[in-house]
Design a protein around this ligand. Structure first.
Ligand code: S3P
Length: 463
């Protein structure tokens, strides 16, 4: 599995219209979980549609380092299929080297959950972005089992993990709606006897729960009604540990978080019409599409169906006039990765858009609250970050000079500003688009195939 890290300055210029059909790469969250569950199951798991972005390849490499076999083949239709032969629950062995999670917070946190349940010591690191991100949100609950974590100051990577010799059931009331935290605890709990329970203030993406069920794990979920012990809306998931897992077939749908960049491009570039087949429409992931529809977007779900326990549809999107709205904090868990591209849509809408409850954006691949407010201002858009909110004034980018936005190893910041460049009077550049490969390999080629002009340039040619 290869990982590239050559920086790539890139410029996006005004597009005429975006039309046609595009196949968006596989869902990143589901791809990580498919590999992990395949590695924990006995026998062969076959995965089609797996995202081959760098983040997911990191998880694949780590599963191999822990003893699973992972192979890429070409299916009868010419498309890649991934085959995983797992070790069974409790079957991983000590990795011989440091585990490098690259840019991938999901790999680091989910795998920390796994490692906490094995009686050996492993070492974990990541790139400069991941080494800035907090790991104590998972080391704290996982330490309950007796697992030991040694991190840098602030709970940051590199980190050493010595797992417990006696995996056990856990109960954790998480202060944040985070699928990574929830999944780390559930994956640890899978290794011990009895029931592991996690509660969170609101349901975060439930791909782990759905994937567990797909593999036959006993999973129960419940959302507290008014008067629930820890407050209304609190979500609870319980899993029964030490299941016998056997290999399954998994078809990974296209990632709605990657489709988001095509959807917003089509909405903003006049005359556009796009068809995006097989996109995941899990209700806990499509807060952006709901929000855009409230803003006036023409997005239609066609041919709704289910694949490996996940709802899927074909999306049809037409250029639309958008109006600013207030996006409440309650929407954040279902669109946590989509605020950068929503902020771009807001910059081109009529009127003001206010987004609330964005504290988690500060600890993503970069501080996205700061990145969006500063980047939009540089493009001549009025954008103000205050506390945990972002307010963006619409009307389109007013800047009359080309700009270069610093990406700081954040794929979604890079893609968001390349989309804004499609509707700006002057080109918008990003200093390094290489991070896009973590989640959306082929982004520029797909966009250009539909009518965009996104070009790699030499650093000296950046505006
Ligand atoms: C993810 C969960 C989210 C999301 C990330 C993927 C996952 O992070 O931002 O891109 O696959 O579990 P948090 O759990 O930190 O909210």
């Amino acid at each position: 599995m290869s990982h590239s890290a050559i920086s790539q300055p890139t410029v996006s210029s005004k597009a005429k219209s975006l039309t046609g059909q595009a196949f968006v790469p596989g869902d990143k969250s589901i791809s990580h979980r498919a590999l992990i569950m395949g590695a924990l199951a006995v026998g062969e798991t076959t995965i089609t549609g797996l995202l081959t972005g760098e983040d997911v390849l990191r998880t694949a490499t780590v599963m191999q380092a822990l003893g699973a076999k992972v192979e890429q083949r070409t299916g009868a239709d010419g498309k890649p299929t991934f085959h995983v032969w797992g070790r069974g629950i409790g079957g991983f062995s000590e990795p011989a080297d440091v585990l490098d999670m690259g840019n991938s917070g999901t790999s680091a946190r989910l795998i920390a959950g796994l490692l906490s349940a094995y009686p050996f010591t492993s070492f974990m690191t990541g790139d400069a972005s991941l080494r800035r991100r907090p790991m104590d949100r998972v080391t704290k609950p996982l330490s309950q089992t007796g697992a030991k974590f040694v991190t840098r100051a602030g709970g940051r990577l590199p980190m050493a993990v010595t797992g417990t010799p006696m995996p056990m059931a856990l109960h954790y009331d998480s202060p944040i709606a985070s699928a990574q935290v929830k999944s780390a605890v559930l994956l640890a709990g899978l290794h011990g006897p009895g029931l592991t329970t996690v509660t969170e203030p609101a349901a975060s993406r439930d791909h782990t729960e759905r994937m567990f069920r797909h593999f036959g794990v006993d999973v129960r979920t419940e959302t507290a009604s008014e008067g629930g012990k820890n407050g209304p809306g609190r979500y609870k998931v319980t899993v029964l540990g030490q299941p016998e897992l056997s290999g399954r077939a998994i078809n990974v749908p296209a990632d709605p978080s990657s489709a988001a960049f095509l959807v917003v491009s089509a909405l903003l570039v006049p005359g556009s019409k796009l068809f995006l087949p097989n996109v995941g429409i899990n209700p806990l992931r499509i807060g952006l599409f709901d929000t855009l529809q409230e803003m006036g977007a023409d997005i239609v779900y066609k041919n709704k169906r289910e694949e490996a326990g996940e709802p899927v549809a074909d999306l049809e999107v037409r250029a639309s006039r958008l109006k600013g709205i207030c996006v409440p904090a309650a929407r954040a868990p279902s669109m946590i990765d989509e605020y950068p591209i929503l902020a771009v849509a807001a910059a081109c809408a009529d009127g003001e858009t206010r987004m609330e409850g964005l504290a988690e954006l500060k600890v993503k691949e970069s501080d996205r609250l700061a990145a969006m407010s500063q980047g939009l201002q540089a493009c001549g858009v009025s954008a103000v970050a205050e506390g945990d909110s972002l307010t963006v004034c619409g009307g389109g980018p007013k800047g009359n000079a080309p700009v270069t936005i610093p990406v700081n190893l954040d794929h979604r910041i890079a893609m968001a500003f390349l989309v804004l460049g499609m509707v700006a009077e002057r080109p918008i550049a990003v200093d390094d688009a290489s991070a896009i490969n973590t989640s959306f390999p082929g982004f520029a080629d797909i966009m250009n195939g539909l009518g965009a002009t996104i070009e790699a340039v030499n650093r000296k040619d950046l505006p």
